[in-house]
Design a protein. Structure first.
Ligand code: ATP
Ligand code: MG
Length: 435
C-alpha cells in the first residue's frame, strides 16, 4: 500500500501534549480551589449553540460576530449553529432556560474551549481555553469589586506578575447615546485619518473605534471625547463605589477612558488585566457588567457581570516562572520479566494502587535493563522488580530510584515478600514525603 499523506491539525488549533499536561493540570487545580473559595459553582454548557444567540448576545457590529465565528448549517436539519466564541451568551441562555436566578442571585464559572476565526499568532489562536466567571442577578458595585479582588488573588496564587489593571465605566445606554453623538462628530472631523473598519463603524458602532488595534489611529482615538465625561450621578456613584472597594483592598489600578471591550452588551464597569511580558497579546483577562444582556436573550431584566481569562496567555506567563514545583511523575514503577512474572506483577500493581499510590506497570516485552531506564525516566520514587527468581521465592525487590537518606534503606534493592510490598512502599513513600 502506498504511504498515506499525513493529515495535520487545523491551523490555530493546538494539541496539548503529555509533556505539557502537568502545568495545565496544576493550573486547573489552582483555579478550581480559587473559584470555590469565593463560592462559585461550575456550569457546563454545550460548545455549540444557535447562531442567533451569539448575534443577539454579542452584537452584530463586533469583531466576533462580523468575522470570527465558526458558523455552519447542520446539513441534517438545516439549523444554523455556531461553535461558542465566548461563554457569557451560553451561560446566560442556560440561566434563563433553567430559571437559575428564580431563588436569588448565582455565582457560576466554567472552563473550556472557545473558537474564533482570527489570524493565528503568538497568544492568538482559533481554538483556545477560557476560564469564565459570571455573577448573575447582582447589581453591584460590590460584586464588580469582588471580581477584581478575586483576580488579584489568582495572579498572586499563581505567582505571575506584574499584571496591571485598567478599569472604565461605560455608563448606561442614554449616557452612551449622548457620548456617541460627539464621538461621531469627532471622527467625522478626522475621517481622512480613519481606516476602513473605523469608517464602516462610524455610524453603526463608533464606540468600537476606540478599541481599534491599528496604531495609526492612536492619535485620533486619544483626542476623542471620553465616556467618563458623560456619566450621570448614578453611574458615577457605581464607578466610585467600585473604586473605593478596590482601593481599600489595596489593589492598584488605572482608569482608562478609552477601554470599551469587544462585546456590545457591556454597561457600567469594564476592566482588563494586562501584562507587558507577552508582547502584543498582553491582555490576560477582560470583563465587566452586562445588565442589558439577559433581557436581550429573552429573560427577565437581571443585572449581571463577569469576565474571561485567556488560559494560553496565563500558561505562557507560568511557563516563564521557572521555579514552579510541579510533580508530573508516578510514585512506583513495576518491572517484570514477562512469562510467569507478568501476572503477579500485574496483580501486585493493583494491590499497590489499592493503597492509594500511583503505579505504572510495565506493559509489553523489554529487557530488565531497558525497563529500569523507563522506570527512572517516569519520575517514580521506587521501582518494584518482579523477576523470575523473586517470583519463585514469593517475593519482589524494591529499589529506590532517587537518592536521599529516607530512601537509603532501598538504595540497594531489597527483597520483600509479595504480600508485604504495598505496606513497605506506603511506609517508604510517607517518609520520603515528610522530608
Ligand atoms: P483581544 O483584544 O486580544 O482580541 P478580546 O477582547 O477579543 O481580546 P475577550 O473576548 O475579552 O478578548 O476574551 C477574554 C480573554 O481571552 C482575552 O483577554 C485573552 O486573554 C483571551 N483571548 C482572546 N482572544 C484570544 C485568542 N484568539 N487566542 C487566545 N486567547 C485569546
Ligand atoms: Mg478579539
Amino acid at each position: 500500500m502506498a504511504t498515506q499523506r499525513k493529515i495535520a491539525g487545523v491551523r490555530g488549533m493546538n494539541d496539548l501534549l503529555p509533556a505539557d499536561a502537568a502545568l495545565v493540570e496544576w493550573f486547573e487545580a489552582r483555579v478550581a480551589d480559587w473559584v470555590r473559595s469565593y463560592g462559585y459553582r461550575q456550569i457546563r454548557t454545550p460548545i455549540v449553540e444557535y447562531t442567533e444567540l451569539f448575534v443577539r448576545g454579542i452584537g452584530e457590529v463586533t469583531d466576533i460576530v462580523e468575522k470570527e465565528m465558526y458558523s455552519f448549517e447542520d446539513r441534517l436539519n438545516g439549523e444554523r449553529l455556531t461553535m461558542r466564541p465566548e461563554f457569557t451568551a451560553g451561560t446566560v441562555r442556560a440561566a434563563v432556560e433553567h430559571n437559575l436566578v428564580y431563588d436569588g442571585p448565582k455565582r457560576v464559572w466554567s472552563i473550556g474551549p472557545v473558537f474564533r476565526h482570527e489570524r493565528p499568532q503568538r497568544g492568538r489562536y482559533r481554538q483556545f481555553d477560557q476560564v469564565n466567571v459570571e455573577a448573575l442577578g447582582f447589581a453591584g458595585p460590590d460584586i464588580d469589586a469582588e471580581h477584581i479582588v478575586m483576580l488579584a488573588r489568582l495572579w498572586k496564587t499563581l505567582g505571575i506578575g506584574p499584571v496591571r489593571l485598567e478599569i472604565n465605566c461605560l455608563g448606561q445606554a442614554e449616557e452612551r447615546a449622548r457620548h456617541r453623538v460627539d464621538l461621531i462628530a469627532h471622527f467625522e472631523r478626522h475621517a481622512d485619518r480613519l481606516d476602513d473598519d473605523a469608517r464602516r463603524r462610524l455610524h453603526s458602532n463608533p464606540l468600537r473605534i476606540l478599541d481599534t488595534k491599528n496604531p495609526a489611529l492612536a492619535e485620533v482615538v486619544a483626542a476623542a471625547p471620553r465616556i467618563t465625561d458623560y456619566l450621570g450621578a448614578a453611574s458615577l456613584a457605581h464607578f466610585e463605589g467600585l473604586q473605593r472597594l478596590v482601593g481599600a483592598a489595596g489593589i492598584a489600578y488605572s482608569v482608562n477612558p478609552r477601554l470599551v471591550r469587544g462585546l456590545d452588551y457591556y454597561n457600567l464597569t469594564v476592566f482588563e488585566w494586562i501584562t507587558d511580558a507577552l508582547g502584543a497579546q498582553g491582555t490576560i483577562c477582560g470583563g465587566g457588567r452586562y445588565d442589558p444582556l439577559i433581557e436581550r436573550v429573552g429573560g427577565k431584566p437581571t443585572p449581571a457581570c463577569g469576565y474571561a481569562i485567556g488560559v494560553a496567555r496565563v500558561l505562557e506567563l507560568l511557563g516563564a516562572a521557572a521555579d514552579l514545583e510541579i510533580g508530573s511523575g508516578t510514585d512506583i514503577y513495576v518491572v517484570h520479566q514477562g512469562g510467569a512474572t507478568a501476572e503477579p506483577a500485574f496483580l501486585l500493581a493493583e494491590s499497590i494502587r489499592d493503597r492509594g499510590l500511583d503505579v505504572v506497570c510495565h506493559a509489553g516485552d523489554a529487557s530488565l535493563k531497558s525497563q529500569m531506564k523507563r522506570a527512572d525516566a517516569s519520575g517514580a520514587e521506587y521501582a518494584v522488580i518482579v523477576g523470575e527468581s523473586e517470583v519463585a521465592a514469593g517475593a519482589a525487590a524494591i529499589k529506590a530510584l532517587r537518592g536521599s537518606d529516607a530512601t537509603a534503606a532501598y538504595a540497594e534493592q531489597r527483597i520483600v515478600p509479595l504480600a508485604q510490598v504495598p505496606d513497605a512502599l506506603v511506609d517508604a513513600m510517607t517518609v520520603t514525603e515528610s522530608e
